[in-house]
Structure formats: structure tokens, C-alpha cells
Design a protein around this ligand. Structure first.
Ligand SMILES: C[S@@+](CC[C@H](N)C(=O)[O-])C[C@H]1O[C@@H](n2cnc3c(N)ncnc32)[C@H](O)[C@@H]1O
Length: 216
């Protein structure tokens, strides 16, 4: 048991490494990723889906186009499907994680790419909803400026739902400037904030934070 905990702690540590190492760590972790995080009480996919369902009524779900950023093994899509969503695409640079997601046949398209501040291969204004569950980590993950690209990808009136660990926003932390940037984009009239909620037990005893924005 002790040894298992050590292995998991090392995995979590490794995904905070620079991009190439963190991607290798995800590939190695894929076979036990879902089970390990379940054991840790990881609830980011559930919280993400709860907020999506808050803004998309039952009757619109089947035709709502969703892009799941950092889709990983597809935990968000599994829950969205249970709630009536039928049109979902995945974007993730990790082929091993996406291959796991493919087994469940949940997404229509798989974009094997990073999201950064630069445009992805996807056309502007394609989606009604964009989700990002657990996509921020200390290093080697989604950069701050990627929210510019997220806004480009959703339709006017579309929603962006992001859920992550609260501590990452702390002063001197890797995402210290994330909320100031979010606020600046709101002041520029690019999107408006609908929810910003801090909640307990994102995983273990770490707090989480959920944001919902609507493109203006
Ligand atoms: C902690 S996992 C979260 C997976 C899934 N969303 C969940 O909640 O279980 C983070 C995922 O983000 C992906 N990722 C890392 N950097 C990324 C980037 N710049 N653009 C898109 N995905 C990225 C990783 O490959 C990994 O699959």
C-alpha cells in the first residue's frame, strides 16, 4: 500500500515536469490513470459536467457541440454522454491517453494537438461548449494564453467551463496571472464570467476552482 502511494505520488509529481517529461508520464500512467484518481477522490470531471449541465438545458444537449480540451482518457465525455450530450470532440497532445478514450467511442473527432495561445487546426466558432477539466498543472501543461484560443473556438454565446486545483493560482504559483488575464478579457468584452466557485476536495483535501464564461 505504502509502495502504491509512493508510485502515485511520483506520477503526480512527474506530470508537473516540463512538457516532454509530463507527456511521457501521462503515457506511462494511462493504464491505471482512472482507477488511481478515483482512489484519490478526484472529482474534476463530475464538477465540470455539473456546470455544463447548469448552462445547457436537457432539450439542447443532443445537438450541443462540445470540445473537451485535455480530454485524456475521456472521463468528462463519459459523464456528458450519460447526461444526453452526443456531439463531442477531444483535443489532447497525448496519443496514449487518447487511444484509451477511443476505446469508449465517445468522441467524434480526436485532435492530437496542444492548445496554446496560437490557433489550433480547428476553425473559429465551431463549438457551443468547451471544457477543460484538470488541464492546469505546475509546468508543462496548458499555458495562460490558451484562453485566447479557447475563446476563438467557441461560438458567440457559447460557454467555456474550466475546473482546476485552487492552489495553482496562488501568488508566485504558475497560474498567478490566470485570473487577472481572465478579468482583462472580460473588461475587453471578449467574454463574461457566469460562475467562479471555490469548492472543497478537488482531490484529497485540496480545494478546487470552477469557472464558467460565456463568449460575448
Ligand atoms: C490531468 S489530465 C486531465 C484529463 C481529463 N480532462 C480528466 O479530467 O481526467 C491533463 C490532460 O491535459 C493534457 N494536456 C497537457 N497539456 C496540454 C495542452 N497544452 N493542450 C491540451 N491538452 C494538454 C494532458 O496530455 C492530459 O491528458
Amino acid at each position: 500500500m505504502l509502495n502504491l502511494n509512493r508510485v502515485l505520488a511520483e506520477r503526480i509529481h512527474s506530470i508537473n515536469a516540463p512538457t516532454e517529461q509530463s507527456q511521457e508520464a501521462y503515457a506511462e500512467w494511462t493504464p491505471t490513470y482512472e482507477q488511481d484518481l478515483k482512489g484519490e477522490g478526484y472529482c474534476s470531471p463530475e464538477v465540470t459536467v455539473k456546470y455544463v449541465c447548469d448552462v445547457i438545458p436537457d432539450e439542447s444537449r443532443a445537438s450541443t457541440r462540445v470540445l473537451d480540451i485535455g480530454a485524456g482518457t475521456g472521463l468528462v465525455a463519459k459523464l456528458l454522454r450519460e447526461r444526453g450530450f452526443m456531439c463531442m470532440d477531444a483535443l489532447d497532445p497525448n496519443d496514449t491517453m487518447l487511444r484509451e478514450a477511443r476505446k469508449h467511442n465517445l468522441y467524434d473527432n480526436y485532435f492530437l494537438e496542444y492548445i496554446t495561445s496560437k490557433p489550433t487546426s480547428i476553425q473559429e466558432g465551431t463549438y457551443d461548449v468547451l471544457t477543460g477539466s484538470g488541464i492546469y498543472a505546475t509546468d508543462g501543461h496548458v499555458p495562460l494564453g490558451a484562453i485566447i484560443e479557447m475563446i476563438r473556438l467557441v461560438k458567440k454565446g457559447g460557454f467555456i467551463v474550466l475546473v482546476t486545483r485552487f492552489i495553482l493560482l496562488a501568488a508566485d504559483g504558475p497560474y498567478e496571472q490566470l485570473e487577472p488575464l481572465m478579468k482583462q478579457l472580460e473588461e475587453e468584452g471578449r467574454w463574461r464570467a457566469i460562475h467562479r466557485d471555490v469548492f472543497p476536495r478537488y482531490y484529497r483535501n485540496y480545494e478546487g476552482i470552477a469557472w464558467v464564461f460565456q463568449k460575448v
